[in-house]
Design a protein around this ligand. Structure first.
Ligand SMILES: [Zn+2]
Ligand SMILES: [Zn+2]
Length: 469
């Protein structure tokens, strides 16, 4: 049933009943407030039951209204409120939530509302900011009031070409969640509720969240390589994430931030991606490196390589503003591949090519350039998620004996604090600099227009936009 059909029917219904409403409608509204307040106190666990009960109830009360009234305006107001609730209620997936603070005209709603705003992914180019009921905190979980949540390149891939990591057809094997769900996996905040069995975290602790979801049973999990789990998922892609006022995660995912600004904690995840890639690629001080692409992860990669003592750091990036940021992050040589041949420029700088190249752009051209920019015996780290396959010449690896390695994330699960902890230390002592990474801060309501749409706009200068729910 379309929501228009329903609200139409409901309005009609109430209008008819309106003919019999009582003289004093003020009494009616007060009675309604009181009534809803009381119901709020004893509201059932299942919000669907509550919503239905509420709608029904208003109808029933309407039916008792006596005939005469001089107060048509007031009646109109009630009627409009109810038609407003109708479609709003219908937009929300069944069983997930109930009308909340957006039903601002609805008297009494705020006194029973425990809803919050969340940006939920429904499918390609379909993210909706809605009222949802917060998840409950289990014994080994914590609730985090989100301070900031970055929009990631992976989020953009889900938006333009997904679902990729978001379970679209079947629930995720570990989290049990599937679309629609709340996105956002790069976030920090303050703990506001602690599960009964959590002993090492307290209310008020500032934390970054390690979003790795793992099964705990597969061979890689048993080897302690949780980020290589066969059921690997991420909070905010395979379960509800940080584009919300608050979020519930396993306590082991919450990594204390110490005294650094809580907002900077939202950058720990992308910096950990880069730190992990540098470790996987086995970067040593003095290694010459090339980075293809200086978007958000590319800039983090440059900072991680600078911190590792690599140099020269050569960056190929077509957008002017991103090259400027690359320089601010520690790039020594900047190449505009639309103006010059990137491979020639790299050979001119290094002679036989770099020791290690990082592809952080994830398209066919950069995949092949990264391979061919390395010297014989060199290495390539692939740090991108591809939207489609690429054509490549494997002999470019074979004949010069180059190697290529993939890098998806960072240690997670019981090892959540290992690489996240290194990044937090490096943010604290200045080896990582958050300032060149953050290009804007926006409100949750603006996440599509001011966030996703600006980030996919090829003419935009945006790199990392932090959502502040
Ligand atoms: Zn990310
Ligand atoms: Zn596993």
């Amino acid at each position: 049933m379309s929501s228009e059909a329903l609200s139409g029917a409901k309005s009609l219904d109430i209008s008819e009943r309106g003919a019999e409403r009582p003289a004093n409608s003020e009494v009616l509204s007060e009675a309604k407030n009181l009534d809803i307040g009381e119901r709020g106190a004893e509201r059932p666990a299942n919000s669907e039951v509550l919503s239905e009960a509420k709608n029904l109830d208003i109808g029933e009360r309407g039916a008792e209204r006596p005939a005469n009234s001089e107060d048509d305006n007031r009646f109109l107001a009630i009627n409009q409120t109810i038609s407003y609730i109708g479609p709003n209620y219908l937009k929300i997936p069944a069983g997930d939530s109930r009308p909340g603070k957006h039903s601002s005209g609805y008297t009494g709603a705020s006194s029973i509302s425990v809803c919050m705003d969340a940006a939920r992914y429904y499918g390609q180019e379909d993210i909706r900011v809605e009222d949802v009921e917060p998840d409950a905190v289990g014994p080994e979980e914590v609730r985090i009031d989100v301070e900031a949540c970055g929009i990631c390149g992976s989020d953009l891939h889900e938006y333009t070409a997904g679902p990729i990591f978001v379970p679209g057809d079947a629930p995720h094997p570990v989290s049990g969640a599937q679309a629609p769900l709340t996105m956002g996996h790069e976030f920090s905040g303050t703990i506001s509720e602690v599960g009964s069995e959590v002993t090492d975290l307290s209310e008020g602790d500032a934390v970054a969240v390690n979003p790795i979801i793992y099964c705990g049973e597969c061979p890689r999990c048993e080897a302690g390589e949780y980020h290589r789990c066969e059921s690997l998922g991420f909070t905010g892609l395979a379960s509800n994430g940080g584009f919300a006022e608050n979020v519930v995660v396993d306590a082991e995912q919450a990594v204390p931030l110490g005294d650094m600004p809580v907002e900077h904690g939202a950058l720990v995840e992308p910096l950990a991606v880069a730190l992990h890639a540098a470790r996987v690629a086995d970067v040593s001080p003095g290694d010459s490196v090339a980075v293809f692409g200086s978007g958000p992860i590319g800039l983090c990669q440059i900072q991680a390589l600078r911190a590792a003592g690599a140099g020269p750091i050569i960056v190929s990036e077509p957008r002017d503003r991103r090259r400027e940021r690359a320089e601010a992050c520690g790039a020594d040589v900047l190449i505009d591949p639309t103006e010059e041949d990137a491979l020639e420029a790299i050979r001119a700088e290094t002679g036989e090519g770099v020791d290690i190249a990082f592809d952080v752009a994830g398209v066919e051209a950069t995949y092949n350039q990264a391979i061919n920019s390395t010297r014989p015996g060199g290495r390539v780290a692939e740090v991108s998620i591809f939207e489609e396959g690429v054509e490549t010449q494997p002999n470019d690896l074979v004949i010069p004996e180059r190697s290529i390695v993939g890098s998806i994330a960072y240690q997670g699960g019981p090892r959540s604090a290992e690489e996240f902890g290194m990044v937090i230390d490096m943010l604290e002592d200045g080896r990582f600099d958050p300032d060149p990474l953050i290009t804007d801060r926006i409100e949750l309501d603006d996440i599509t227009d001011e966030g996703f749409e600006r980030l996919i706009d090829p003419d935009s200068d945006q790199v990392k936009i932090l959502v502040k729910p």
